[in-house]
Every structure is written in structure tokens, then in C-alpha cells.
Design a protein around this ligand. Structure first.
Ligand code: SF4
Length: 250
């Protein structure tokens, strides 16, 4: 069972493909930060629900929550024997990812008393290779910061000798960035190779057994065009995009 507990629907950038960034009331009301009491009670409510795959994100940027680190540390502290959740995954744009936070997340993945693959992955929404493209796609001049933060996370994980969480480096393929998908793959694949990591190149949601570079399909009003662009970008790097079902899903 996938459970998304949204720490916040605020975000610090404005991706052009994100509904959250286009509205001030993505949930029909003012944006908020989850209280600690709601987090605590929600986690306890997972008990007995079976194998829960927990993600502290839906819309918004979870690391923007002023108590993000404390919330995540608490979740792992109370998840003894995986009683509350079986797996945990973070999605982030990596704008706020200090070395201390990176090391803390890697260490949490080795929390005692839980299955070693509990903290499965961090999904990094990067979405561009060139700074100018990043500025257009992400609506913010944060390319250098994001690249530095993600590269540093990968290095810290290596220095700590950790396998997990695996990193999913994602680019949502669209008009503005499809020409640089090859450069994106070359850059991140080269770094993962230098760090001695196993990694996959995927056109659909990556598995959690290795790092991945994920060419993600854009959901759009012109789905046929988005699918064709995605398929073309995938072919350009030697992979095959999944076929779209009649209802628009993969
Ligand atoms: S970083 Fe995520 S939540 Fe923020 S605007 Fe981009 S896609 Fe939306």
C-alpha cells in the first residue's frame, strides 16, 4: 500500500510542468506545513495496515518543512521491526540539501532494528542539463546549487560506504529539455560510474535495487505529443519507452 503523507504543499521553485506551482491553493485552501502531532498520529495510524510504502510527499517540496530532519528521524525511530512502514522514499528538488542533511539521510538508511532496504530511494527531480534550460523548466536559477547538492549527496554516500538510499536522477522529458537528455545521461552516468555504482537507465519508474537515471514521461494536455517526445528521447539514449494504455497510463 502506497501512503503519501504530505509534509507541505509549499515549494521553493516553480516547475512549468507542475500543477502545484501554478496555483496558490493546490488543495483548495492555503498552503501549510504539517504539525508534528499530525505526523506522529499519522505514523501510528499505519500500524496494522500491512506492507506500507511511505513517502512524505505529494505536492510541494518536503525538505522545505522547517522540521523535515526531525520528522524523518522520528519516523525511523518509531518504526521498530518495520511495524509502521516497510519502505520509505523521499522526493526532492535538492535545492535544500546540506552536507549534514545528506549524511543524516544516509545514516538513517542504516537504522538498526529495520530491514536494510527500508529507506529505498531518494528521487531527485533535476529535469535539465544546461543552466538556461533549468531556469525555464524549473522557474528558478538553481542549476548550480542543485547539481552541487546532488553530486555531494552521491559522494557522501560513497564516503560513508553506504548502498542506500539509492538515487533516482529524474528528468521529465518535454519540449525545452529533450535535446539535452543525452548530455544529462552522460553527466550523471559518468559520475555514478566513477563512484563505482550500479545504475539503470529507465523510461518508467525505476526499481529500488540500484541507482537510476529516469527519463520520465510528461503528463500533459497533448499526451500523444508528449509520448512521442518521450519515446524519441528514449530512443536517443538506446532505451524503449513503455507503451501508453488507452486510459493514458503506462
Ligand atoms: S519541485 Fe516538485 S513540487 Fe516543486 S514545482 Fe517542481 S515538481 Fe512541483
Amino acid at each position: 500500500m502506497n501512503v503519501n503523507l504530505e509534509l507541505t504543499d509549499h515549494c521553493n521553485i516553480r516547475c512549468r510542468m507542475c500543477s502545484q506551482s501554478m496555483r496558490d491553493d493546490a488543495h483548495g485552501g492555503p498552503k501549510k506545513f504539517m504539525s508534528f502531532d499530525t505526523w506522529r498520529r499519522s505514523l501510528q495510524g499505519l500500524r496494522g495496515m500491512g506492507e506500507v510504502a511511505l513517502c512524505p510527499h505529494w505536492l510541494g517540496e518536503p525538505t522545505l518543512h522547517p522540521r523535515f530532519d526531525a520528522f524523518v528521524e522520528y519516523a525511523f525511530a518509531v518504526n521498530r521491526s518495520n511495524e509502521l512502514f516497510r519502505t520509505f522514499k523521499v522526493h526532492t528538488n535538492a535545492v535544500i540539501l546540506s552536507p549534514e542533511r545528506a549524511a543524516r539521510l544516509v545514516r538513517l538508511a542504516a537504522s538498526p532494528g529495520q530491514a536494510p532496504d527500508t529507506f529505498t530511494a531518494i528521487h531527485f527531480s533535476i529535469d535539465a542539463f544546461h543552466p538556461a534550460t533549468y531556469a525555464v523548466v524549473k522557474g528558478a536559477d538553481k542549476h548550480a546549487l542543485v547539481y552541487k547538492n546532488v553530486e555531494r549527496f552521491l559522494t557522501i554516500r560513497k564516503e560513508l560506504g553506504a548502498e542506500r538510499p539509492v538515487a533516482h536522477l529524474a528528468i521529465v522529458v518535454q519540449d525545452e529539455n529533450w535535446r539535452e537528455v543525452g548530455a544529462f545521461v552522460k553527466h550523471w552516468g559518468g559520475l555514478l560510474d566513477r563512484l563505482g555504482r550500479r545504475w539503470n537507465l529507465t523510461a518508467d519508474w525505476p526499481p529500488f535495487d540500484a541507482d537510476a537515471i529516469y527519463l520520465r514521461r510528461l503528463n500533459s494536455g497533448d499526451q500523444a505529443r508528449s509520448d512521442a517526445l518521450h519515446a524519441s528521447a528514449c530512443r536517443g539514449v538506446g532505451i524503449v519507452a513503455p507503451t501508453t494504455r488507452p486510459d493514458g497510463s503506462f
